[in-house]
Design a protein around this ligand. Sequence first.
Ligand code: TEU
Ligand code: CA
Length: 557
Amino acid sequence: MKRTWWKEGVVYQIYPRSFKDSNGDGIGDLRGILEKVDYIASLGVDIVWLNPIYESPNKDNGYDISDYENIMREFGSLDDFDELLAAFHARGIRLVMDLVVNHSSNEHPWFTESRSSRESPKRDYYIWKPGRNGGPPNRWEACFGGSAWEYDPGTGEYYLHLFTPEQPELNWENPEMRHAVYAMMRRWFERGVDGFRMDVITLLSKDPSYRDLEPGEGMFAPTAPYIYGPRLHEFIREMRREAIDGFDAMTVGEAPGTTIENAVELVGEDRGELDMAFQFELMGVDYVAGDKWKQRPIDLVEFKTIIERWQVGMFGKAWNSNFLMNHDQPRSVSRFGDDRRYRVQSAKALLALDLSLCGTPYVYQGEEIGMTNVAFPSIEEYRDIETLNYYRRAVEGGAAPERALASIHYMSRDNSRTPMQWDASRNAGFSGARPWIGLNPNYPELNVERAEADEDSVLHFLRRMIRFRKDHLCLVYGDFELIARDDPALFAYFRDDGSERLLVAINMSSGEARLPADIADARSLTRLALLLSSAPRGAGRPADALMPWEARVYKVG
Ligand code: TEU
Ligand code: CA
């Protein structure tokens, strides 16, 4: 496969609202990020992805955009943006923005015009339909609860919204609307932006039948009538031709409903569509029947098998994105690690995993210091619309509040949205004012300043692991061969690019894990040269037994 910067780069995802507040209003902003640009560069990352920073009423924290070409007032100005972009570029860091064009805000002028009358020239920028039998046009449900259709008394029709009612779906069947989006994208590229992460990009094309879901067909099932619709690839190819070609750009599609089969089309090398995609199979590993609010214990063999399927299934055909959390997911160390007895060790193990797979690794703000889930004692401290809607529906449906809250403690998106923990000062050094959302109470001992001072911290290990990955491009481009498949604790695999062969061995448990006997025998152990271990320097450790959550990389042969 072609070699390029967005394959070899490591991405750091910043959720601006919670990263750093520079003007004391309790809300993170662009100048706050500017204050931390040297810290970001010190991680060794190459690309920063910013969650949406455009003008928005913030019903869904910026994923409801009312002006695609202006900066959200609370985050700063276009001048601040230009200064931040220049600061990143001066440090060799590229900037990827969040493109949210499956839907806009209901306060976008396009929607105001569209809903003004059935004859409005912008009516067809959105998806309007008459009711059926006195109710919505069909039985589609919105991701955040309730019907996906909102009745507009002004014009006597319903409009479609697959998220909140304040996020009306844009109508991608309308070429004028599409070309307005492409022109906007080109202007961001001309401003110097290096790429886009594309929100729910697999929803752009809907099945013209608008058929109801089949019984048991999940909201984000690959077959859902609003996922991978008949014109999706046509629209994406048109977007690439009209808005992306000609720029040295990176595109990553957030792709609900993606399987390996359809991913190879969406992001296949030379397909002329997207460069890579976020798949959600791994993020559903602890869901029960597709429901994120009903959790089951994670089975490591299943976890390993999902990763193996994507590593092998995409190899040589399409490029993977590897992530263990983002702003929609719980904190990785709490979900996949052991944030009580082995927080530091397991946070390192998870970063070692993310940074030793084939594909572009994504590290989310705070993951570099092993930030954990937060368990706010009451629903009043939560902010995320998805969480608040779930709690209300659950309690109205008869669930005990503490039961609903327990699910929220495990899975709420707010787990990843509490303020970045910079130091032990007030508000963790995030803001001089009361932050828009509560802090994780563990910030006095879990923060960047403390981590900088501890050579065995997650932070220093992340820097080591990123450097190691750059020194061993076998981890970027090499193939993937899983071993010890049924081992319930050990996650071990070979990576080989023809010029180097490495063995990655990670103890994904709080107990002991052993290298497989055939690997650990004296002969083969002598053929293994230990290049890296996440265990504290100088910690004595037996050759074939890994300490709890220890990650090792060996050179083979
Ligand atoms: O998320 C889309 C999506 O799939 C989410 O519904 C996600 O799976 C869910 O929140 C997990 O519980 C994107 C953005 O990442 C998310 O922040 C937005 O809320 C959503 O689209 C609507 O724009
Ligand atoms: Ca601020």
